[in-house]
Write a protein that binds this ligand. Structure first.
Ligand code: PEP
Ligand code: MN
Length: 264
């Protein structure tokens, strides 16, 4: 079902008045993690003012170590839904376990599957009937074929609204957190009709590389971007402050991107 052979036309996912995959760039911005009502409200205001369409933020965080901050949980879903509604943004949040799919689907407009869960097949099956579009991140060691097979689980479960996300893969290079595989963008678009979103934040792990790789992703044909932005990145509650843009950098990036691709 994910294959272009089966479905030659691009899939366009319409949520409210935002179309993803329809030729116009969609920008999702926000913090790695929802931290407080004030934090997410202020960041939502800045994402909207910069011209973004979707507010990102994790309420449940898949941390590498068990002692790291795990997210604020259901309270975070509520804070983010309020901020999104107030500022006129759609919302996207990560769901980590099948038990939480229904509650995340109740509060968020788009569900995100993280790199570590790309092959969590019970979770993928549950998303087939969640009633929300899904952004499926590529596993950090997954091939294109494995990513497309993971998408297939969601599609086969009855949900046609799947976006593929390139977020960097593990290579031998330690300077960057991951290696953003730009070729994945046109390659996945030729193999599949599903929209392809690029995540230059996790794809590089370094703030100064986010802007050039965001632009390169758009030049390579990405249907959208998901970018971390924080008002106080040095004090963010996850380690991802080092890859989070400052609000003025985020706004500047979106201004520059208008030259490359129309923003919805
Ligand atoms: C995130 O988007 O904050 C995240 C945890 O992403 P990934 O699953 O790509 O590491
Ligand atoms: Mn993050």
């Amino acid at each position: 079902l994910a294959s272009r052979d089966f479905h030659p036309e691009n899939t366009v996912i319409q949520i409210g008045d935002v179309k993803i995959g329809g030729g116009e760039l969609v920008v999702m911005g926000g913090p790695c993690a929802v931290e407080s009502p004030e934090q997410i409200d202020e960041i939502a205001r800045l994402v909207k003012a910069a011209g973004g369409q979707v507010l990102r933020g994790g309420a449940f965080k898949p941390r590498t170590g068990p002692y790291s901050f795990q997210g604020v949980g259901v309270e975070g879903l509520i804070m983010m839904a309020e901020a999104g509604k107030k500022h006129g943004l759609l919302t996207i949040t990560e769901v980590m376990t099948p038990e939480y799919v229904d509650i995340c689907a109740e509060y968020a407009d788009i569900l995100q599957i993280g790199t570590r869960n790309m092959q969590n097949f019970d979770l993928l099956r549950k998303l087939g009937a969640c009633g929300r579009p899904v952004l499926l991140k590529r596993g950090f060691s997954a091939t294109y074929d494995e990513l497309l097979n993971a998408a297939e689980y969601i599609l086969a479960g009855g949900n046609p609204d799947v976006m593929l996300c390139e977020r960097g893969i593990r290579t031998f290079e330690p300077y960057t957190r991951n290696t953003l595989d730009l070729a994945a963008i046109p390659a996945l678009q030729s193999l599949s009709h599903l929209p392809v979103i690029s995540d230059p934040s996790h794809g590089t792990g370094r703030r100064e590389l986010v802007e050039p790789m965001a632009k390169a992703s758009v030049a390579a044909g990405a249907d959208g971007l998901i970018v971390e932005m924080h008002t106080d990145p040095d004090n963010s509650m996850t380690g991802d402050g080092v890859q989070s843009l400052f609000p003025d950098q985020f706004a500047g990036l979106l201004r520059d991107l208008e030259q490359l691709a129309p923003i919805v």
